[in-house]
Design a binder for this molecule. Structure first.
Ligand SMILES: [Cu+2]
Length: 551
């Protein structure tokens, strides 16, 4: 387990092996390991092996704390299995998901209270453990989108049991992307997700305990060897050029060429970008940010599904990856007929049902210019993105969070002592996101802006036209095609007419000469001269022979 963790830790984005000097900085020995090593010094044993054993004991304890227990299994079976969940409109009714910056203060407060209730009663941890158990049954493969759709719908249903006014918001980071430094975004303040760096100690999720019985922590926009990225609007546009589930999902080959339009890989990048607990599959779903990240991934998928239905004439309930191309691990658990872990009475293909977004939930369109959802935390920027002449909504910076009414959570002191001595819990399977444009929270806004502009200019090179000129360009192309086709047809007609004229002339001459032949009894001279005249038209010659025979 331990060695696997270390290997995976050094696997950089896109699966390239890279020595990561920054990561090694965080290998401070936990106090338990130091104590264990101290004890071993008095024993007649190989000290290197003893040190390894101390580390192993330390981490195995924490990893096992993360696995689903019997009580969790009973919970998911009782709450969701063998019921109508997923088949009928849920007990709490249809709900609409909106960007979290569009919620007003009361709505946010109600949302955070519902999260708190699920934290206090242990439901959040149950979902965290379900997500952490057998991660390859639902990651790095075809089941990723359908499984997470059901997972967050189930979690949302629990939120609504606490407060039926609440629906799960999404975090549209394709807006944060256009800030010079997305790590400055308002979401990383006590008004929303709390701090983005280190143990979460402000905001509605402060001092929530996550995987391994440690308070959740984050490491947004880290200065890694391959700095990760958020998903941009250009990334979403790229996805929307495709028509099939297989085009945007992961199959057997994780490193396939379609990575720039692989929604799971793009999603992995956001996990890496948030870092800390979110960066590791085993701990990600303990951080409430997980659910809002996944609501946005699901929203992107839903837009893709609408395109499949309306523009591609694809049946979204039947379109899956082909047999034998279900997952990297190829563990026979990501096929359409394999049961969904935690929701075993459902098959993976149940995540493709249309009724999720007709009977369960819908999405309010992401905020758009000029009003940006009338949010206090967004503004319309007309100049930053040359790809979008109508402007993009951009979040304000975290110093715009001035209202402290949301501090009603009694978690400002850890209720249980952290067991580690500052160990970085980046162990276990990691996500495999795409490399970003290099922006980290450690640089100045000027540097960030320069990198963002460079990135957007690159996008312009790839796609030299924005949406409007694109339409014009395609119209021009259509015109060119029509004109060239017409001229070719006219040219052909001209050739046919000329041929016919020549032909008729020849025919007339032949008839004339045949008549002369009859009269004089000598036609050979006339034929020779006609052959020379007809030149290229071999068939005319044959015709002449036939004509002569008949005549
Ligand atoms: Cu996941």
């Amino acid at each position: 387990m331990f060695s696997e963790g270390v290997v995976l830790l050094s696997v950089c984005c896109s699966g390239l092996l890279a020595a990561n000097s920054k990561e090694s900085d965080v290998w401070i020995l936990p106090s338990e390991v130091i104590e264990c090593e101290e004890r071993a010094k008095d024993e007649p044993v190989n000290q290197t092996l003893a040190a390894e054993a101390c580390m192993r004991t330390y981490f195995v304890d924490r990893l096992s704390a993360n696995v689903m227990n019997k009580s969790d299994q009973d919970f998911f079976e009782r709450e969701f299995a063998n019921k109508t969940f997923g088949k009928k409109r849920p007990p709490s009714g249809y709900r609409v998901r909106r960007d979290i910056r569009v919620l007003n203060l009361t709505e946010r407060h109600k949302l955070f209270l519902a999260f708190d209730a699920l934290y206090q009663n242990g439901v959040l941890a149950r979902f965290g453990r379900l997500h952490a158990t057998k991660v390859y049954r639902k990651h790095h493969g075809a089941a990723f989108l359908p499984w997470h759709r059901v997972f967050i719908a189930a979690f949302e249903e629990k939120l609504r049991e606490v407060d039926p006014d609440v629906s799960l918001p999404y975090w549209d980071y394709s807006m944060d992307y256009y800030m010079p430094l997305p790590s400055d975004s308002i979401v990383w303040s006590k008004c929303f997700f709390g701090n983005g760096n280190g143990t979460v100690n402000v905001g509605p999720f402060s001092f929530m305990y996550g995987g391994y019985n440690m308070p959740i922590s984050r490491d947004i926009a880290p200065a890694a060897t391959c700095p990760p990225k958020l998903i941009s609007k250009e990334d979403i546009d790229e996805l929307m050029k495709f028509c099939n589930f297989a085009d945007i999902t992961t199959g057997k080959n994780l490193y396939q060429d379609n990575s720039s339009h692989n929604l799971e890989k793009l999603h992995d990048g956001v996990h890496d970008w948030v870092g800390g607990d979110m960066g590791v599959l085993g701990t990600a779903a303990y951080d409430p940010v997980f659910y809002m990240h996944h609501a946005f991934i699901d929203y992107i998928w839903e837009q893709f599904r609408r395109r499949q239905t309306n523009e591609c004439q694809v049946d979204v309930e039947k379109d899956y990856r082909k047999l034998g191309d279900y997952s990297v691990a190829d563990n026979g658990q990501q096929g359409p007929n394999d049961p969904m872990q935690g929701f075993e009475y459902l098959k993976n293909s149940a995540g493709l049902w249309k009724n999720w977004t007709t009977d369960f939930y819908g999405y309010e369109k992401a905020p758009e210019c000029p009003n940006c959802g009338y949010s206090d935390f967004l503004y319309c920027d007309m100049s930053i993105n040359p790809n979008r002449p109508n402007g993009v909504c951009v979040p304000k910076t975290n110093d715009s969070c001035v209202n402290t009414l949301l501090m009603a959570f009694n978690r400002d002191e850890p209720h249980e002592k952290p067991q580690g001595g500052g160990a970085k819990l980046s162990l276990g399977p990691r996500h495999f996101g795409l490399p970003g444009d290099g922006r980290t929270r450690f640089m100045s806004r000027e540097e960030g802006l320069a990198l963002l502009k460079q990135q957007l200019a690159l996008g312009m090179e790839d796609k030299p036209t924005t949406s409007r000129p694109e339409t014009r360009a395609s119209l021009d192309t259509t015109n060119t095609i029509i004109i060239s086709t017409l001229s070719s047809v006219l040219g052909l007609l001209l050739i046919v007419v000329v041929t016919l004229v020549v032909y008729i002339r020849k025919l007339t001459k032949k008839l004339q000469s045949s008549l002369n032949e009859r009269r004089t009894g000598d036609g050979d001279t006339a034929e020779t001269s006609d052959d020379q005249e007809s030149g290229n038209f071999g068939s005319t010659h044959d015709f002449n022979i036939e004509l002569r025979q008949r005549v």
